[in-house]
Design a protein around this ligand. Structure first.
Ligand code: NAD
Ligand code: UDP
Ligand code: UDP
Length: 320
């Protein structure tokens, strides 16, 4: 008889987590979604609730959790600057206390555990593009630090549990990812620009718009997660997962305006504190160890994301 592996996805009701739960169910796993709905939403996983292999558990991972699982994907953490700066102490707690609890759980049940780390560990990078060997340039006391330093500490904890307790770990450094189910009001650039363009409101460029980001479509990223989890035990990462295509924020605004045929004008607002000036992943390691690279070009991913937000707004869901 085929025995299904049990996976826990913390943050499973969020943007990335809901896509991951969906993919794991398709791949034949038993999925336990653990979320306290801090930034996630039941709407993201409504379509999974009737699946007998899907379970939803409302829980805050800063508190201990005693369950039995084979694999843990640790995604729980607010991800957009607006959300993670709203309660910065809680952001550090979820990254530090939350990671310790999930590592303690993995240690007790001997589960393999993957951490959703971030390109923010490189801070405002002085090396471009960013390779995993770069230690980063992070302000330890600024407004982004709760997230950047929280995620750096989580990486430290993962590697210490690996060295001290022989835990099987995988660390993914995720670069800006976009797609359907992004929160319409979490202030991230792709969702902001699309919602503004569809509503005919001004497109808000922070600073001069010359800063760059590299945008990865969600399906590509999830494929990277699955491949990383299934690498040989000797491969821990950290490994960059992102799309190396690099665009200025102004270029992104122009693309969104053209694709939505919007009449929105551009307006310029102050650049947030410590906003990185450039970001692009070097994905050589992911190509070598995961045989992975993104397949979906920006225009194709933006088309799917614009259609999602268009439907959401037509159904009256834009404000919630
Ligand atoms: P999201 O805000 O949509 O999802 C985060 C989820 O975690 C939400 O469902 C939220 O309710 C849940 N959560 C928060 N605190 C929790 C807690 N204490 N206990 C249980 N659940 C909790 O964000 P996302 O974009 O899906 O990001 C998922 C993960 O990927 C995060 O760890 C984020 O740091 C990381 N990441 C995302 C990106 C990106 O571009 N989307 C880039 C780098 C890293
Ligand atoms: N923990 C948990 N679930 C478990 C095992 C542990 O949530 O199944 C938490 C528990 O709160 C503990 C933390 O993980 O404090 C770290 O566990 P570890 O065994 O590493 O350390 P210790 O129990 O000695 O503090
Ligand atoms: N940004 C912008 N207008 C917006 C939202 C964001 O110009 O309405 C900029 C922001 O200053 C940053 C980039 O877009 O330079 C990416 O921002 P996001 O919050 O999406 O991600 P992060 O800064 O965490 O990479």
């Amino acid at each position: 008889m085929h025995i299904r592996k049990r996976c826990a996805v913390t943050g499973g009701a969020g943007f990335l987590g809901s896509h991951l739960c969906e993919r794991l169910l398709k791949d034949g796993y038993d999925v336990l979604c653990i979320d306290n709905f801090y930034t996630g939403s039941k709407r993201n996983i409504l379509h999974l609730l009737n699946n007998p292999y899907f379970e939803l558990y409302r829980h805050d991972i800063t508190y201990p959790l005693y369950i039995e699982v084979d694999e843990i994907y640790n995604l729980a953490c607010p991800a957009s600057p607006i959300h993670y700066q709203n309660d910065p102490v809680q952001t550090t707690k979820v990254n530090v206390h939350g990671s310790i609890n999930m590592l303690g759980l993995a240690k007790r049940v001997r589960a393999k555990i993957m951490q959703a780390s971030t390109s923010e560990v490189y801070g405002d990078p002085k090396v471009h593009p960013q390779q995993e060997s770069y230690w980063g340039h992070v302000n330890p006391i600024g407004r982004r630090s709760c997230y950047d330093e929280g995620k750096r500490c989580a990486e430290t904890l993962f590697f210490d549990y690996h060295r001290q307790h022989k835990l099987l770990i995988k660390v993914a450094r995720i670069f800006n990812t976009y797609g359907p189910r992004m929160h319409p009001q979490d202030g991230r650039v792709v969702s902001n620009f699309i919602v503004q363009a569809l509503e005919g409101k001004p497109i808000t460029i922070y600073g001069k718009g010359t800063q760059t980001r590299s945008f990865c479509y969600v399906d590509d990223l999830i494929e990277g997660f699955i491949r990383l989890m299934n690498t040989p035990d000797s491969f821990t990462g950290p490994v960059n997962l992102g799309n190396p295509g690099e665009f200025t924020i102004l270029e992104l605004a122009e693309k969104v305006i053209a694709m939505t045929k919007s009449k929105s004008e551009l307006i310029f607002k102050p650049l947030p504190e410590d906003d990185p000036t450039m970001r692009r992943p070097d994905i050589t390691l992911a190509k070598q160890h995961l045989n992975w690279e993104p397949k979906i070009p920006l225009e194709e991913g933006l088309r799917k994301t614009i259609d999602y937000f268009d439907d959401l707004m037509r159904s009256g869901g834009s404000a919630s």
